[in-house]
Unconditional design. Structure first.
Length: 86
C-alpha cells in the first residue's frame, strides 16, 4: 500500500473525517505532520500544494488535496487504485 502523508492541525474536523475514510479503506499508518506545532512545515505545505488549509493529503508522491478532494476521489473509484499502486 502506498504511504499516506497528511498535513494536519490539532483541531480539524476535516482531518478526522479524512483519516476515518482512509482507515475504512485499509490504511493503517498515516504520517501526520502537525503544522500548528511547526511553522516551517506550514510553509513547506503551502509551497508543495499552493494551499493554506488542512488537511492536505499525499498518497505516495501524488497530492490528493483536502478532505473533499479525497471523498470525491473515492466516489469516482480512484482512491483504492492509488492506495494500491505501490
Amino acid at each position: 500500500m502506498s504511504p499516506v502523508k497528511m498535513y494536519t492541525t490539532m483541531i480539524c474536523p476535516f482531518c478526522i473525517r479524512a483519516k476515518s475514510l482512509l482507515k475504512q479503506r485499509g490504511v493503517d499508518q498515516i504520517e501526520e505532520i502537525r503544522i500548528d506545532l511547526n511553522p516551517t512545515e506550514r510553509q513547506a505545505m503551502m509551497e508543495k500544494t499552493g494551499r493554506r488549509t488542512v488537511p492536505q493529503i499525499f498518497i505516495g508522491d501524488t497530492h490528493v488535496g483536502g478532505c473533499d478532494d479525497l471523498i470525491a476521489l473515492d466516489q469516482r473509484g480512484g482512491l483504492m487504485p492509488l492506495l494500491q499502486s505501490a
